[in-house]
Every structure is written in C-alpha cells, then in structure tokens.
Design a protein around this ligand. Structure first.
Ligand code: F6P
Length: 554
C-alpha cells in the first residue's frame, strides 16, 4: 500500500530506536571538539548542488548520526515517496489529489499522466499564455482605458497567492524589466488598499485577482474595492477588462466577478497554494522580471528537483535538511527553526517559508487519520541579518532554547557599497560561529581580567558573559541571488518540508486547520453588524463584540 495511505508509526521503526539510543550517546557531543579532532569535518559535511553550497558542519552530528538519519529515511520509504509525488500519485490523501508543483517546471516534451491525461501540454500552454501577456504589456500593446500602457501591476491575493510572488519579485528587483512595478494587496485591512491606491493611477494599473478557489474573503473584498476605486477614478465597466485579469481554478466565479474568460489564467487542483508561484500565480513575477528570467527561475527549481530525485540521501540537500530538522525537533526538543537571510533582497523569504513549512507540517494526524506519536512541524521565524543581531540573536546565543538556524547569504552583492558586503558576509559567518563556539566561563574571566577588572568584579560579571555555544546552524551560500539560484533555493525548502512530512506520516498538502476560523468569522461579523442578535457562543467573543458596538459597560 502506498506510503500516503498507510504511513508507518515512525516511532516503532528500528532506525527511530537507534536514533533514540544515539541521542543519549551524543549528550556531551561538542562541535568545538569535533572540529578540533577532525580537520576534514568541513569537507565531510558540506555539499553543492544547483548552484547552492550547503555547509551543515556546524551541527550536533557525526558520520554515525547522518547514517542513522539516512536509515530512518530509508525505513519510512522516502525514495518511493519522492517518486510517488513526482509521478503524480495522490499523495494529498485527505483531498485525494496529487501535489504536482514540480510539473510546473518540467521541460517541454516530458509526459506526466494525471487521471489518465498527460498534463504537460496544458502546463506549457499556460506558460505560453503568460508569455503572451507579458509580451503585450512589456511592449505596450496592452493599453488602459485612456489608451496608455500599463505601468503598475497589483496582485490581489493572500497566502500562497501572494507570499511566493512577493518573495520572488522583490528578491529579483535587479532583474526588473520595462519599469513595470509590482504591488501586493493581501490583507482586508482598508489601510493596505488606501496606502496602495494613493500611489497609483487607475488608467495605467492592471489588477491580477489571484485566487485558486476565487472564494477567499480577503481577496474578493479587495477585488471588489479595487473595482470600485477603478470606477471612481474614471474607469468604465465597458473597459474593465483592460484592468482586471484573474488567476484561478474557479472559472465560473471569476467570470461572475466580471473577468473576461480569455483573461483568466488557469490553475489546477493538483497545485497547492503555497507551492504555486511556479504557475500563473507567478504572473506578477514574470511581469516584473520578464519571461526569460521567469523561465530561469523554473529551470533552477527543476535542477533542484533532479538533485532531490537522484542524489543519494547522504548527498541530498533537501533530505539532509529535512532529517536535521527531525533530529532537533524529535530528539533534541527544538520547537522552532530560524531562517536568517543575510541579504536585503531575501527579506521576505521567512514569510514565504512560514506558510510553506507551517501550513504543510502544522499537522497532528497522520495521512491515515491516526494521531501522530511525535512532534511535527516547528515554528518558523527569523528575519534579515544583520538586523536580527540587534533584535533576537541575544536569545539565540544565551536563551534557554535550542533553536536551529539556517543562514542564507550570497557571495556577491548587486549594490556594492565600500566594504559593506564583506562586513555583511563576515557577520553572517561570525553569528554562526558564535552559536557554535560560545564563550566558556574561563574565557569570560580571562577577557575581563585582561581589561584590568578587579577579581571580585570579574567573579560578579563573568557568569553573565558566558555563552553556552554548541548551538547548530546551517549556512547556505550562493554566488548571487539570481532567478536560477532563487528557484533552486525555494524548491529545496519545498522538498525539505515534504521529507519531514513523510517521516512523520503526515499530509503536507492539505490545510483543514484554517477552515474553523473562517467559519466562526461569519458569525462574529453578523453580530458586529447587527444582522444576528443571538449571543455568540462564548462570553469573551460576545463581550468583545459589545465593546466594538459601543455597548460595553465602561
Ligand atoms: O490559508 C488558507 C489558504 O487556502 C492557503 O492555503 C492559500 O494559499 C490561501 O488560503 C489563498 O487561497 P486562494 O488562492 O484560494 O485564494
């Protein structure tokens, strides 16, 4: 039976028991000592693929650890699972769907059957549709209602219909084409719409309503408000088609909104929202950077896909990163994982990886509906360096929690200023080094004595300067943040998340947990606006409704 129908109870597997025993043996493992004892450690725990260089030598592992983790991957049937996903089996078992974001970056000529139909021609037909639209807009052949070319594109979408495109179009600003500016309207908070439209002219703005379901409240409300703004600015209903297009798998709803059929770019139910930037959801990316760069992005992801499919697990980036996350989460009690990009253009990667990881692995039942016996997805957090060093790195260095971190840094800056990039790179490396080395009590005392501090002061201050160290991190380096490298980087994390879901036996591709809040929101809304007078289910919610409606007793 396929892994996604009857997953293992991973805690019963021999490799899991072996890792449990190994964890005890690693209790006093010291990275400092490991580096001192093994001059080959860096070479043994680094690897390159798809233009990325991964240094995972600053981890609480040795060769035996890696082997035991690979054994676990083998015992859960990871190899078969990877192939099953890539070949379009219904790995999303609760919705009985494939998860085929990898199909979106496969080359012309590949064949991939979904329910008996080769989907690749349709995938490439949409890619051609995107190419056509981008060309027409870039060449000024697409005109607004005053016959002016489009200068601004507004993506109206949320979650996966926003975060991936925002990450990539902002990260690749240096590849911007034809001065088309991309904007993102996601939240229902009117301030976002207000601030955005204040800098736009309706006559030169194209709205892309991006919604796989075309039923997401925030997106539909914003699309309606954008249409009202367009009309108030002088646009007409008759010319609306020049300023509103859609990306959706729900054609009927998009047409009902007023989008012309020929301006609806299809999505498929076998592409999850948080995995969809490679599809027509990536339209804002293509409009920002041009089609050749968009295809470079796809090609970088494809290269990573091939690495993931074919590399031995010991030399497989997404597999090793996934296994390291299992090692810390399930055997060292880590509850979160920090993503620390040392690059301004990558500042939005943490937000995208939060949805990718936490909406995929924030699960507590296995694919067969049985509650998990292990912890599953970590909290993903972080932000751009060096800023984090002046915000939360204190906790990373001297807090009480083990928080593994991924540092991501390019060798080359697009905007060199004096020696700034050297300092940025030096800070990235030194933070990872400090996490590993720490500072012993002896070192702290010696440092204070060397400054001439009296001994009683040394004894008073020293404990506060001790840094535990021995805290793990990975460092991912690439030559520069290019479309190809970024495609590989994002695909690497998509596969890492999948690896972990297979080990835990969970479904990385559904998100039933978001439904309840949406449902309850309708009841709260109706009580806020007075169309429903029955009390809310609980006193807190009702009390807060009363407060809003000015009926609070102050
Ligand atoms: O957060 C729930 C979710 O369904 C995400 O998975 C998705 O990316 C987002 O809402 C937007 O969904 P849609 O693209 O259907 O508007």
């Amino acid at each position: 039976m396929a892994y996604y129908r009857t997953p293992h109870d991973v805690t019963t597997l021999p490799a899991w028991q072996a890792l449990t025993d190994h964890r005890k043996a690693m209790q006093n493992f010291s990275m400092r000592d490991a580096f001192n004892e093994d001059p080959q450690r860096f070479n043994d725990f680094t690897l390159s693929s798809a233009g990325l260089f991964l240094d995972y030598s600053k981890n609480l592992i040795n060769a035996e650890t890696r082997q035991l983790l690979v054994n676990l991957a083998n015992e859960v049937g990871l190899k078969d699972a990877i192939k099953a996903q890539y070949d379009g089996e219904p790995v999303n078992s609760s919705e009985n769907r494939p998860a085929l974001h990898t199909a979106l970056r496969r080359p012309v000529g590949d064949k991939l059957l979904v329910n008996g139909t080769n989907v690749m021609p349709e995938v490439h037909k949409v890619l051609n549709q995107i190419t056509d639209l981008v060309g027409r807009i870039h060449d000024g052949l697409w005109r607004g209602y005053t016959e002016k070319p489009i200068t601004d594109v507004v993506n109206i979408g949320i979650g996966g219909s926003f975060l991936g495109p925002e990450l990539v179009s902002e990260a690749l600003l240096s590849y911007g084409q034809k001065g088309v500016r991309c904007h993102y309207l996601a939240n229902i908070d009117g301030t976002e719409l207000h601030e955005l439209t204040a800098k736009l002219r309706a006559e030169t703005t194209l709205f892309i309503v991006s919604s796989k379901t075309f039923s997401t409240l925030e997106t539909l409300k914003n699309a309606t408000a954008a249409r009202a703004w367009y009309l108030a600015q002088g646009g007409s209903e008759a010319e609306l088609y020049r300023h509103f297009i859609a990306v959706s798998s729900n054609n009927a709803a998009a047409v009902a909104f007023g989008i012309r059929e020929e301006n609806i770019f299809p999505m498929w139910d076998w592409v999850g929202g948080r995995y969809s930037l490679w599809s027509a959801i990536g339209l804002p990316i293509a409009l920002a950077i041009g089609m050749s760069n968009f295809k470079e992005l796809l090609s970088g992801a494809y290269t990573m896909d091939q690495h993931f499919l074919n590399a031995d697990f010991e030399k497989n980036m997404p597999v090793l990163l996934g296994l390291l996350g299992v090692w810390y989460g399930n055997f060292w009690g880590a509850q979160s994982h920090a993503i620390l990009p040392y690059d301004h253009y990558l500042r939005n990667i943490t937000k995208h990886l939060q949805q990718l990881d936490m909406e995929s692995n924030g699960k507590s039942v296995r694919q067969d509906g049985v509650p998990v016996k292990t912890d599953t997805g970590p909290v993903i957090w972080g932000g751009v360096g060096c800023n984090g060093q002046h915000a939360y790195h204190q906790l990373l260095h001297q807090g009480t929690q083990l928080i593994p971190a991924d540092f991501i840094v390019p060798i080359v800056s697009f905007n060199p200023v004096s020696d700034h990039h050297q300092w940025l790179y030096a800070n990235c490396l030194s933070q990872s080094q400090a996490l590993m080395l720490g500072k012993t009590r002896e070192e702290a005392e010696a440092e204070l004595r060397a400054k001439g501090m009296p001994e009683d002061e040394v004894q008073r201050v020293a404990p506060h300067k001790v840094i535990p160290g021995n805290r793990p991190s990975n460092t991912i380096v690439c030559e520069r943040i290019s479309p190809r490298r970024l495609g590989a980087l994002v695909a690497m994390y998509e596969h890492k998340v999948f690896v972990q879901s297979v080990i835990w036996g969970t479904n990385a591709f559904d998100q039933w947990g978001v439904e309840l809040g949406k449902e309850l929101g309708k009841g709260v809304y109706s009580r806020l606006v007075g169309t429903e007078e029955t009390p809310a289910e609980d006193a807190s919610t009702q009390g807060l409704i009363n407060y809003f409606r000015g009926r609070h007793r102050g």
